[in-house]
Design a binder for this molecule. Structure first.
Ligand code: DLL
Length: 424
């Protein structure tokens, strides 16, 4: 679409969504009132800068359905953000939203070359996570054959991949490498399969990881980006030129801000991505702070698409981690630890990737008293902490109790997380 037309479409859609959000969602009415803003004040695309930001915190406060902009009768599906920080963010979709999602996911899969002739093995988790059903709807829209195998069960994945002659896979980049490793162990030569492309996302990865995936799986590895708050996967996707992810900006309007000053930054500068949904009915998002760090590029892409591109995500402006695809905040682990007696408030979270799977170790300092106690008691406490962390984050972490005063002290901000996965 020519840029002029696209901008006019975005402007009209912005005005409409602002009005809908204001009329239907008490949260927006209040935030507009606080900012002394009326929906009619938003006339041009630049006026978007006057709208207050919204974050995960406000969304959680609306749990479960407080952010919905339509009566419940019109919501046909819900998903929640992964992770278990208190209450999750609940996303509601109307029938039109599912259509929109199918459309953007169809565009995404088409960028990877998918047609009705393809067999898509969809190894993203089905359920409340958006990955599974997002790909599913997009595959249907294209008319491809979707194999809804979901996550896990790696040997079965390989068997199906061989027997069905899967042509396209969708999973996290780390899982694709794990698949490759299990295939090697099982004596399956992945390069002899029919795989031609894969859409990998839901977590951070690098060019180096891409090279490894492409070499080991002998396919074209493309990056797919999205988040529950906005729609799920299908906010942006790479074309085979591999020079950034095209944002489907006729539906999702991007801005980059400085996380410190909250000022909008010029194109090309790195900062935090802020997204506004232009067409979403069930849960419109006006200026959602994603916390994901990237930059926008508007130079024409050789593929011919006029859609703006975002660079690969290289970090977060908060301390959120994605471990095995699940959102984890360090303070959830802290809370689980500090409830225990016999330990000091000194701990360190170490995240590693072993055989392409994320592993978490939490080192916790023992109190002097516990340190001189029987081994049985120490082991009992260690297990208790492991259980409490698992309950808090929904993932198993290995807990090691270390000697008093053995963890590094910091004069400034304590370095609680050591991420050894080398993702940026
Ligand atoms: O991860 C949606 C998704 C599913 C995207 C399948 C791609 C494929 P959430 O669980 O809500 O939704 O997590 C969203 O994951 O804010 C980013 O921090 C991170 N993320 C998602 N895609 C990428 C990517 C899904 N391609 C959060 N690169 C986002 C880096 C990504 N980080």
């Amino acid at each position: 679409m020519p840029i002029g037309e696209l901008r006019a479409l975005q402007r009209d859609r912005l005005r409409a969504v602002v009005k809908r959000a204001y009329d239907m969602v008490p949260y927006y009415r209040k935030s507009f009132a606080d900012a002394k803003l009326r929906p009619e004040d938003i006339k041009s695309l630049d006026d978007i800068r006057r709208i207050p930001f919204i974050t995960k915190t406000e969304l959680r406060q609306g749990y479960p359905f407080g952010m919905f902009a339509v009566p419940m009768e019109r919501i046909v599906e819900t998903h929640t953000s992964s992770g278990t920080t208190g209450k999750p963010v609940v996303a509601g979709y109307t029938r039109n939203d599912i259509d929109l999602w199918s459309e953007v996911m169809a565009r995404a899969l088409s960028m990877a070359g998918a047609t009705e002739k393809d067999i898509i093995q969809n190894c993203y988790g089905y359920g409340l996570f958006t990955g599974g059903l997002g790909v599913h709807y997009g595959g249907h829209r294209i008319g491809a054959t979707v194999v809804p195998i979901s996550a896990g069960n790696t040997k079965k994945q390989l068997e199906i991949m061989l027997d069905f002659q899967t042509t396209l896979i969708t999973c996290t980049p780390s899982y694709s490498l794990y698949l490759a490793e299990v295939a090697e162990e099982e004596g399956v030569d992945l390069r002899k399969l029919s795989l031609k492309a894969g859409c990998f996302g839901a977590e951070m990865w690098t060019e180096k990881i891409r090279e490894e995936i492409e070499r080991r799986l002998n396919l074209l590895a493309l990056n797919i980006y999205g988040l529950t708050e906005i729609i799920g996967p299908g906010v942006a996707h790479e074309c085979p030129e591999k020079c950034g992810l095209h944002i489907f900006e006729d539906h999702f309007y991007p801005e980059i801000i400085s996380p410190e000053t909250l000022e909008v930054l010029p194109d090309g500068e790195r900062g935090e991505l802020v997204l506004t949904t232009l067409t979403r009915e069930g849960m419109p998002m006006l200026r959602f702070r994603t916390r994901d760090i990237t930059a926008l590029r508007r130079e024409p892409c050789s593929c011919g698409r006029t859609l703006v591109r975002m660079e690969r995500i290289t970090g977060r402006s908060d301390d959120m981690l994605k471990i095995r695809g699940v959102i984890v905040f360090p303070y959830q682990i802290e809370k689980a630890i500090l409830e225990m007696k016999g330990i000091e408030p000194h701990y360190q979270i170490i995240v590693t990737r072993e055989h392409h799977l994320d592993e978490v170790e939490v080192q916790v300092e023992m109190s002097k008293k516990l340190f001189s106690d029987e081994i049985r008691k120490i082991e009992e406490l260690r297990r208790k902490i492991e259980k409490s962390i698992e309950e808090a984050i929904g993932l198993r972490a290995k807990v090691s109790l270390v000697e008093p005063k053995s963890l590094p002290r910091s004069e400034g901000k304590a370095k609680r997380v050591i991420d050894k996965r080398q993702l940026s």
